[in-house]
Design a protein around this ligand. Structure first.
Ligand code: ADP
Length: 406
């Protein structure tokens, strides 16, 4: 179809063509003018007969009907890349699901009614109750899909009654929260026990009003001192564990000499009032063994492992501290000859406050945090912690670190 401008061009062309034909036919000037006028009039009639169309920009095609997001091919691509379950619903019918949703709810949900597909009373109620255009906040699916687990569900409303349902697993977050609150409860309990003893003995001494003989007073004061020492050690260990945890993702960058750190830790332990300073046997070699590390933390790691061997090994038997280089790695091992640890306890020893024998740990001044601190320090230094033990024979705790040059 022509617009006004095109019609004008066509008319002028027609006049020119008519004039040329008249000239070629050998007519006189008047017939040429008449022919040209006739052409012009014809073109004008044609032009007037044409409806006038609104001007359309050439770059814009006619507007297409809106496409459903759920049926768009890119939507299927996106859904497949999502790591968490995603369900597309038209009306109440499930039309599209990704693999995580299939793993959670089964493939049979495609084509099923969404109110029965997610088998949870709260989900069914929400999905039945809500206005289809409503966008809802996230809400909880407690004990879903199994008791003790928790998922959340979120709904995004699209046009034409289509909806996208997002499901998200919160069980791991809940477990981390539980661990945190258990830790606070355990730490409070650990502090309360010595505190109660201290308060009890102080009160008794006050009640005796100076009547206590010297021996009794000395005994009570010794208990108070021991319990206060226990509290102090617990506070030191609690501070250590929180500091080590805060540094967890900061890789050490300074080369330090592991053998030198061990020598210094062993001499500190020998100088301290530890019960068996002469039992430590060090086999550290002469080679410098640099690893990328935090000197204070590595000293603490060595201190905790060696003092455990001294606490739980039999007095008079050796506690052997050894450094062994294998290729680009160095292995620190500490072996004792003691009662050993039953295999079922081994995987839990690095949990905070986990003890095989609580009374024994307390009697030797343990806080139950030593190996948890060792585990964190070892992880920060890309070390591998291994605990091997044989009941009645003894235990070897080792940590293998990558050498700095590796
Ligand atoms: P604790 O302060 O109680 O020693 P740790 O975290 O250092 O706490 O150790 C956890 C538990 O592991 C200890 O209570 C003890 O039962 C056990 N354990 C650790 N090292 C040894 C060892 N060398 N021999 C025997 N048992 C050990």
């Amino acid at each position: 179809m022509f617009d006004r401008l095109s019609s004008l061009v066509a008319a002028l062309t027609l006049i020119a063509v008519a004039a040329i034909f008249a000239a070629l036919a050998g007519g006189d000037a008047l017939s040429i003018i008449l022919l040209a006028l006739a052409g012009g009039v014809g073109a004008a009639i044609v032009h007037n007969a044409l409806p006038s169309l609104p001007a359309q920009p050439h770059s814009q095609p006619a507007a297409a009907a809106p496409v459903s997001l759920l049926r768009h091919p890119d939507f299927a691509l996106w859904v497949d890349q999502e790591k968490e379950p995603l369900i597309g619903v038209a009306g109440n019918v499930v039309t599209i699901v990704n693999d995580p949703a299939v793993r959670l709810l089964g493939r049979h949900i495609v084509g099923a009614d969404i109110r029965t597909a997610i088998r949870h009373p709260a989900a069914t109620e929400w999905l039945s109750r809500i206005n289809q255009d409503a966008v809802l906040d996230t809400f909880d699916l407690a004990d879903f899909p199994r008791p003790g687990q928790r998922w959340t569900m979120r709904i995004a409303a699209l046009s034409d009654g289509e909806r996208i349902i997002f499901l998200s697993d919160r069980s791991a977050l809940d477990a981390a929260d539980r661990m945190r609150s258990d830790f606070v409860a355990n730490a409070s309990h650990e502090l309360r026990t010595p505190l109660a003893a201290i308060l009890g003995y102080v009160e008794t001494l006050q009640d005796m009003n100076g009547d206590a003989d010297a021996a009794t007073r000395h005994r009570f004061l010794s208990i108070i001192e021991r319990e206060a020492g226990r509290m102090q050690q617990l506070v030191i260990d609690l501070l250590s564990i929180s500091r080590v945890e805060a540094d967890r993702f900061r890789r050490p960058t300074t080369p330090v000499d592991l053998a030198a750190i061990l020598r210094s830790t062993i001499s500190q332990l020998k100088d301290s009032e530890a019960a068996r300073p002469t039992d430590i046997v060090a086999r550290l070699g002469d080679e410098k063994l640099p690893i990328l590390g935090d000197e204070a933390q590595l000293g603490q790691l060595a201190h905790n492992i060696i003092s455990n061997a001294m606490k739980y090994g039999r007095a008079g038997t050796p506690v052997t501290v050894e450094l062994l280089r294998t290729g680009q790695r160095v292995r620190l091992s500490v072996s004792d000859e003691g009662d050993g640890i039953a295999p079922d306890h081994l995987p839990r020893l690095t949990e905070r406050f986990y003890r095989v024998d609580e009374a024994r740990s307390r009697s030797v001044g343990g806080t139950g945090l030593g190996l948890a601190i060792v585990k964190h320090i070892s992880e920060r230094h890309q070390g591998q912690l291994d605990i091997e033990s044989e009941l009645g024979k003894g235990t070897t705790v080792s940590v293998t670190f990558p050498l700095a040059s590796a």
